[in-house]
Design a binder for this molecule. Structure first.
Ligand code: GLU
Ligand code: MG
Length: 443
């Protein structure tokens, strides 16, 4: 049973002074899209009658089969707090369906739903708590983004006004008004860098929440004259932005990753899940780290992982086990970044973990030392492998990993790899500033 019935949604719209409803969905590259309807159309909307042309959405369908229907998930109904409060705007997050009513295979939300129903058949509920990092930059006189951080501006200002801090505060409050739980929000290590931690929840909702959080951050930053970016590594030499995913499996309200009788209080299910993640992370990181730029974050020295290891504490490892136990026991995967499509990312991470459980895989021993400080020989002696160093390498690893491609399904796999390969080919033919500085005079 959902939170709202169709009739309740109609009443909320009619009695709530709501003028527009945004029917939202996400393309395979993680961009939020929406079709806006007026309140007069709400009956059609709750009866899944709103149509959209999928041919203009990247990775969706061909011209000749372009009609698709938006089926709103009624439980996602929320008023957008940053829009006018007279004649309000609400949103509904939608699943995309074919004209015959079947789920559309290119809809990322459907990919995650499929992965979750497999987990459910195995008796598991998948919970995810995401930590979103991002930068706030100044805009110029024309409102165009610059690469100047908001913090620097407050340093040069006479009456220092940290627009960054107030934007973060407004985001946290807006998300709470929309019914989301924000666990913490704080300044991150780099100038102009911030973090918002969302309370863990069931994965589909967690992915919806990430999309909502990104929209809120971008919108409210813009209102404050700032530009928010989830680009993973905007500044050379400064920390990049990650989106660590805290994952756990529950059954009947009980966290299955906790076992008070083992040495580290992690259950056999948890260690097999970790082993599955380590086995498939090379194959799934084209999804969790989807941009050319993502791989410039995954370098030593900035608390972003580049080596395949796990640990109870060490922030240089790919998988970290945060201290809390009991119901809060979780596995933190540290390579994902906030430019990824959260639906696809959660689907492939879950599939990797479940493969570990199904095949009863055992992870290598924990690595307590700082892996960045190890020599290549020491790493080799520990059997520590690396993440792919480029988007190109990640795409090749993805093609080899059938757990990942089966989870995405043939439609998403083909469109995803095709689109990302084109992105890589375009990047690779660019001559960069670095090359000019390094080679123009020297050769
Ligand atoms: N910014 C770091 C990253 O790129 C993470 C810092 C932290 O541990 O929160 O993943
Ligand atoms: Mg952080």
């Amino acid at each position: 049973m959902g939170r709202y019935s169709k009739e309740e949604i109609i009443r909320l719209v009619e009695d709530g002074d709501i003028q527009f409803i945004r029917m939202q969905f996400t393309d395979i590259f993680g961009q939020m899209k929406n079709v806006a309807i007026t309140a007069s159309q709400i009956r059609r909307a709750v009866n899944n009658e709103i149509m959209m042309d999928g041919s203009s959405i990247e990775g969706f369908v061909r011209i000749e089969e372009s009609d698709q229907y938006l089926w709103p998930d009624l439980d996602t109904f929320a008023v957008l707090p940053w829009r006018p409060q007279y004649g309000k705007v609400a949103r509904l997050i939608c699943d995309v369906h074919n004209p015959d009513g079947t789920p559309f295979m290119g809809d990322p939300r459907n990919v995650l739903r499929q992965a979750l129903s497999r987990a459910e058949r195995m008796g598991y509920t998948f919970h995810v708590g995401p930590e979103l990092e991002f930068f706030l930059f100044q805009t110029d006189d024309n409102g165009k983004p610059t690469a100047q951080t908001a913090d620097e501006a407050s340093y040069f200002d006479l009456g220092p006004l940290d627009h960054g801090e107030s934007t973060r505060r407004e985001v946290a409050l807006a998300l709470e008004q929309m019914g989301m739980e924000v666990e913490a929000s704080h300044h991150e290590i780099a100038a102009g860098q911030h973090e918002i931690d969302l309370k863990y929840t069931e994965a589909l909702r967690a992915a919806d929440n990430i999309m909502t959080c990104k929209l809120a951050v971008k919108t409210l930053a813009q209102k404050n004259g700032l530009h928010a970016t989830f680009m993973p590594k905007p500044i050379t030499g400064a920390a990049g932005s990650g989106m660590h995913l805290n994952m756990s499996l529950f059954h009947g309200g009980k966290n299955l990753f906790f076992d008070e009788h083992t040495r580290n209080q992690l259950s056999a299910t948890a260690t097999a899940f970790i082993a599955g993640l380590l086995t498939h992370v090379r194959g799934l990181c084209a999804v969790t780290n989807p941009l050319v730029n993502s791989y410039k974050r995954l370098v030593p020295g900035y608390e972003a992982p580049c080596y395949l290891a796990w640990s109870s504490s060490n922030r240089s490892s790919l998988v970290r086990i945060p201290a809390p136990r009991g119901q809060a026991t979780r596995v933190e995967l540290r390579n994902p970044d906030p430019s990824c499509n959260p639906y696809l990312a959660m689907a492939v991470c879950l599939a990797a973990g479940l493969d570990g459980i199904e095949r009863k895989l055992t992870p290598p021993p924990e690595v307590a030392e700082n892996i960045y400080a190890m020599t290549p020989e020491t790493r080799a002696a520990h059997g520590i492998e690396s993440l792919p160093g480029t988007l190109f390498a990640a795409l090749r690893a993805m093609e080899q990993d059938t757990v990942v491609t089966d989870t995405l399904g043939p439609h998403v796999t083909a469109h995803y790899i095709g689109g990302k390969q084109r992105e890589w080919t375009e990047y690779q033919s660019q001559v960069s500033q670095w090359e000019l500085e390094r080679y123009l005079v020297a050769y």
